[in-house]
Ligand binder design. Structure first.
Ligand code: SF4
Ligand code: SF4
Length: 380
């Protein structure tokens, strides 16, 4: 397993985690086997957004003495008042459900995630009511380790990140969603079918959100990595051909600030299949061709696909471009953490010998040699 820094939390998350949604309603034995397979594979982060008491208890029971070997994302405002998943901002209701969760998980949840902030109304319901005071109180009391939130809308999510109150963001990331305009509600596309007619290059609001998170030290965990399975399906794919799970995982993990993809496995076998990503090589993970056929509007922008490798100077070109893109957000105020991450790379932009071979391989026409020089100027 590979572990990555989860923003400024000081925690390291496994790059593959377990989203427990599909364990809801499953027999205890199946839940235990799935969690055993996850932990055996090195998974150390689980998302438990479900409000139901039975599934929460079954996951807790399956973890047993290993509870503190993993980190739990628990959601504040996730309820099932109407016998189905629901969002609540009503404090007594919110309290009841979250305090139930705290009780089941021995009084501590690593990441207290403010549930589903996706609109102006959702933002106000959290930040202009007692909701946020309740969440801050949980942090002050030590009931939660960090404040986070979940979202699908990049504009609202950027607003939340800019409050400076959150350390973690659970966001829906996959190639199809990234190609959708920011104003399109992506969850609708899972119901209606993903419409490739709306693809216009990677949406700038989404790209900016990921860079903003990196800049602010907010770690991203990913949901909907596989587009609810649609991206893998020959029938439903919006691209010329289905993606593989490895390509989807790799795409999400290549976005700035992403620490972990939380996959919605419901059996031990599915968990093991997801973990097989770890043993694949770059060519098997490469998503550049699919992206290139989806839209022609990428020219000049790095999509962090690694298609340009190998570099004779062993520069991780995608990583250099990623830090450069973050630096370009506000060149006069580059966060020290971004500079130190850049400087920690084994090989930096100044080692480019301008051989040009990467530019021949890049399908997206990125001016890599210029970027290496600029990265050195801004970050070296
Ligand atoms: S420079 Fe081109 S090939 Fe290299 S990671 Fe960026 S988009 Fe991919
Ligand atoms: S041009 Fe520079 S970055 Fe590109 S492959 Fe050659 S040395 Fe590496």
């Amino acid at each position: 397993m590979e572990y990555r820094d989860l923003g400024r939390t000081g925690k390291k998350a496994s790059i593959i985690g377990l989203g427990c949604e599909h364990l809801d309603g499953k027999p205890y034995e199946q839940i235990r086997e799935t969690i055993d397979a996850a932990i055996a594979g090195g998974v150390n982060i689980l998302d438990v957004f479900m409000p139901g008491e039975e599934v929460r208890k079954n996951i807790r029971k399956a973890l047993g003495s290993r509870l503190r070997d993993v980190m739990i994302q628990g959601h504040i405002g996730s309820t099932n008042v109407g016998q189905q998943y629901d969002i609540s901002r009503d404090l007594p209701t919110v309290r009841k459900y979250f305090e139930d969760m705290l009780r089941i998980y021995d009084g501590y949840i690593d990441f207290g995630m403010m549930f589903f902030i996706d609109s102006e109304e959702g933002y106000k319901g959290v930040f202009e009511t007692g909701f946020i005071d309740y969440v801050r109180g949980l942090k002050e009391k030590g009931d939660i380790g960090h404040i986070g939130f979940s979202a699908h809308n990049p504009v609202t999510a950027a607003r939340v990140v800019n409050t400076g109150l959150v350390d973690v963001m659970l966001f829906s990331i996959n190639m199809a969603f990234d190609l959708y305009p920011a104003e399109k509600h992506v969850l609708d596309s899972l119901e209606e079918g993903i419409n490739p007619g709306l693809f216009h290059g990677i949406d700038p609001k989404r790209a900016e959100l990921y860079r903003l998170c990196e800049q602010k030290g907010v770690g991203i965990t990913v949901m909907k990595t596989l587009g609810a399975g649609k991206l893998l399906s020959a029938q439903h794919t919006p691209f010329g051909k289905p993606m593989t799970a490895a390509q989807c995982i790799h795409y999400a993990l290549s976005r700035p600030a992403v620490a972990s993809t939380l996959l919605g496995c419901q059996t031990a076998q599915q968990m093991q299949d997801a973990l097989s990503y770890l043993s694949l090589d770059e060519a098997q993970r490469d998503y550049a061709d699919i992206l290139n056929t989806a839209s022609k509007e990428f020219r000049g922008s790095c999509v962090y696909c690694n298609h340009c490798q190998p570099c004779p100077s062993e520069i991780d070109i995608a990583a250099v471009n990623k830090y450069l893109d973050i630096a370009r957000l506000d060149p006069g105020h580059i966060p020290p953490s971004v500079k130190s991450h850049y400087q920690a790379l084994a090989h930096q932009g100044d080692e480019c010998i301008r051989c040009g071979s990467c530019e021949e391989r890049c399908p997206f026409g990125v001016e890599i040699m210029e970027n290496m020089a600029e990265a050195d100027r801004l970050l070296g």
